[in-house]
Design a protein around this ligand. Sequence first.
Ligand SMILES: NC(=O)C1=CN([C@@H]2O[C@H](COP(=O)(O)OP(=O)(O)OC[C@H]3O[C@@H](n4cnc5c(N)ncnc54)[C@H](O)[C@@H]3O)[C@@H](O)[C@H]2O)C=CC1
Ligand SMILES: N[C@@H](CC=O)C(=O)O
Length: 804
Amino acid sequence: MKILKFGGKSLANGKGIHTVVDIIHDKVKNGEKITVVLSARGNSTDELEEILEKASKNENYKDQLNAFKNYQIEDFENTNFDSEFNTLDKLFEGVSLLGDYSKRIKDQVLSQGEVISAKLVTQLLQKKNIKANFTDARELIKTDEQFGEAQPLNDLSKKNVITHFQKYNGSTVNVVTGFIASNTKKETTTLGRNGSNYTASLLANYLEAEELQSYTHVNGIYTANPDLVPGAKKIEQLSFNEANELAYFGANILHAKTIIPLIEKNIPLRILNTFDRDSEGTVITSEVREKGIKSLSVLENVALINLQGRGLLGKVGVDARIFRALAHKNINVSFISQGSSERGIGFVVNADKSKEAKDVLEQEFEADFQKHDVSAISIEDEVSVVSIVGQDLSTFHKPYNALIKNQITPLLFNNTVNGKNVSLVVRKAQLHRALNVIHGEIFEISKKVNLAIFGHGLVGGTLIDQMLQSAKQIEKRKNIVLNIFTVANSKKVVFDKDGIDTDWKAKIDKEGKSYTIEDIIKFADEHHLENLIAIDNTASVDFTKNYIPLVTHGFDLVSSNKVANTLSFDFYKELRAKLDKNQKQYLYETNVGAGLPLIDTIKLLHLSGENITRIKGIFSGSLSYLFNTFSSEERQFSEVLQEAIDKGFTEPDPREDLCGNDVARKLLILARELDLSNEFEDVSIQNLIPEYLRTGETSSFLKRLPELNEVYQKVKEEQKPGCVLRYIGDLWGDLSQQKGNLDVKLVSVPKSSALGQVKGSDSIFEIYTESYGDQPIVIQGAGAGAAVTARGVFGDILRLADRE
Ligand SMILES: NC(=O)C1=CN([C@@H]2O[C@H](COP(=O)(O)OP(=O)(O)OC[C@H]3O[C@@H](n4cnc5c(N)ncnc54)[C@H](O)[C@@H]3O)[C@@H](O)[C@H]2O)C=CC1
Ligand SMILES: N[C@@H](CC=O)C(=O)O
C-alpha cells in the first residue's frame, strides 16, 4: 500500500484537481494499492480563518464567504456541498452574534476545507469508475483536546484505522481528509498547520505502508527555495535525520512531526510534483550518505525579541525566568543569543506570538524595570531566520564574508553544538539577497555579479560589447555570471534585472528614461541584486558626486574616468574612508596608461617599501600619437590631430589632452598612489592651446584646428637636428615628503633616446626607485584607445568579481 498525499496548491484549480484525479486513476489502473490524503484546496484554510476573524469582529464576512463557496464549486457544476456550506453559515453566524470564537469552533470551521476537497475528489474518481470512498479522518484519528494543535491518541487511532481499512479489500481507494481529527467526545480537532502531511504519515505508520508520496507543486526538496534562489538545485536523496533538521529549520515542505512516524516503521517519504509526472522527486529514507547534504531553509514569520539591561550582567536565573514565563503561555523560543558585553538576550519567537511574549516578559520583569536592572524589551518584527543546514563551522567564513561584502549584517547568529547547522537572523528586506549570496558561496555555483554601467560612448560601449561576447566563457572558466542590470548615459537609463542583451543600444534609444542615482540604487534594492559594481565610463565631474552614495549603498566602483581621483585631496580621502567603512573597493587601473598594468605595479612597489624616487614618461596616448607622427612625417599638425581624435585616443573634449589637463591628472593620480597629498593646482602644466582658442564649444574648436599648424610647424623647425617633440609628465623631488614636484611639458629629445624611440600611440613610463638605481623599471605599450581601455576596465571588474 502506498499513501499519496496532495497539498493545497495541487488542488487549487480545475486543472490541478483533474491532474490529481488522473494520477490516482492511472495508479489504480496500474494495479497499485493506494490511499489518498488531501489538504483543503488552494488557500481555503487561510480564507476560512480570515472570514472567522471578520465574523468575530462583526464585520461584513458574507461577501468573502460567498466568494469562498463559489470558488469551491466553480469548475464542478454537479457537486453539492450544501451540508458543509450550511455548517459554515451556522458557525459564522454564531461567531458574529457572540463577537468571539473558541479554538474548538475554529477547528470546526477549518475542517470544512478538507471535507470539501476530499468529497470533491471522491465524486470525480467515482465518475471515472474508480471505487473511491470518502473517508472522514475524524472517524479514525482520535486526539487529545488541544484544539488547533491536537496530539493523536496513537493506540486508539491505529485500531480505528486498521478496522476501517480491513473493511476494504484493497480495490477501493480511501480518500481521506488530511489535517482534521476528533477527540473522544467526537468534537473536531486539527493537527496544526501542515497537518495533512502528519495525517498521511500517521496512516502510513498504522498501515505499514510501502511508501508515502507527498505531491506538491515543486519537483522535490531543493538546496533552497527555488522561488527565491534561482540557482537552487534539487536534492535526490536525504536521510531522515537530514530531513528532520531541514524541517526544524523551516523547510515548510516537510513538517517535523511528519518524519517521526515514518522513521519508526522505516517508511520512505518521496516528495513529488503533481504537475511534473516525469520527475523522480526527492526520496527520504534511513540511508545515510557519507557526504552530508547542505541546504538553506528559512523561517519567515518570526520576530526577534531583545531584553536589555545593566542588571542582567552575570545575574543567575534570568534565562530560566524568561523561558518559564514564555512556556507558561505556550510560546516557543527557536533561537537564542546572549551577549554579556551588550548586557542583553535576544531570541526568536513566531511573529504572531511576539506581542504576547513582550507582554509576558514585561510582567515577569516588572520589578527589575523599577530597579533599572532591565531597561528595555523590544520587538524586531521584520526579520527572518536563514539556516544553513549541514554547514560546517570551519568553512562558515565564506558565506559570512560574502554577506558582509553585500552589506548584510546578521542581527543574531546561532550554531548547533554539533557544529553542523548555522542560523542567522537577517532583516526581512535583505532576506532574498542574503539567500542568494549564501547559496552562491556554499554551493560554489556561479557567482552572479550585478553591474551598473554609466557611460556607453567609445570606452563604455566597447566594454559592454566585450562583456557580452565573453560572458559565456567567463561563466564556464571562472563560475562568474556578469549581469549588466542597467546602462545609463547622461540623460537616459534602461534596466533589466536579468541582464541586458545585444539589443541594448536600440533599447536605450527607444525605451530609455530619465533617472537619478537613487533610481539605480532603488532598482538594485527592490530586485535584491547582490555583488554590485558601478562602472564609470564617463568623463564627467558631475557623475563623481554619485560615488559616495553608490558606495554607501553597497556598490564597488570601477572607473576609467580620472576625475574622482583628481578632485580635492579632501574628497580623495573622504571617498577612501567611505570605501573602508563599507568594505567596498574602487579600482581604476585604466586611469593612467589605459590597459597597461601601471597603477598596480606602482601600488605594489610602494606597499612593499620600495622607495620610488621619480616617475617620468609619455603619459598621453593621443599626444604620443600626435607628436610621434608629426615629428616623423611631413604632415600638417591639424591633420594628425584629427587622426588621433578619430582613432578614439583623445578625451571626449580633445582640448583636455591638448591643454595638459589629462596628463596632469594622470601624474597626480600616481603621486597620490605614493601617498603624496598634492592638489591639481600643484601641477605645473604647459598648455598646448593658444590662449585665444581655449574657450568656446568643442565643435567650434574642432573647426579651427588648422590654426594650430603654423605654431607647431615653427616649434618643430626650431629644434636641434636629430631631435623630436614629446609631451611628457615628470614626478620628482623628495617623494618621502608630503608633496612632490609635478611637471607637464613639451620637450625636444634626441630621436635616439628612449622617449624619442616611442612610436604610434604608445605611452612609456620610467619608474625610478632606490633599489633599481639609474636603471628605471619601464612600462611601455598602447596608452590610449577604446579597445585596450575597455579591456582594462573589464580586468578591474573581473578582479572584483573574483575576490572571495
Ligand atoms: N579613450 C581612451 O583611450 C581612454 C579613455 N579613458 C576615459 O574613459 C572615459 C570615457 O571616454 P570615452 O568613452 O572616450 O567618452 P565618450 O564621450 O565616448 O562617452 C562618454 C559617455 O558618458 C556619458 N556621460 C557623460 N556624462 C554623464 C553623466 N553625468 N552620467 C552618466 N553618463 C554620462 C555620455 O552620455 C557617454 O555615453 C573618459 O573618462 C576617459 O578619460 C581612460 C583611458 C583611456
Ligand atoms: N586621452 C587619453 C586617453 C587615456 O587616458 C590619452 O590620450 O592618453
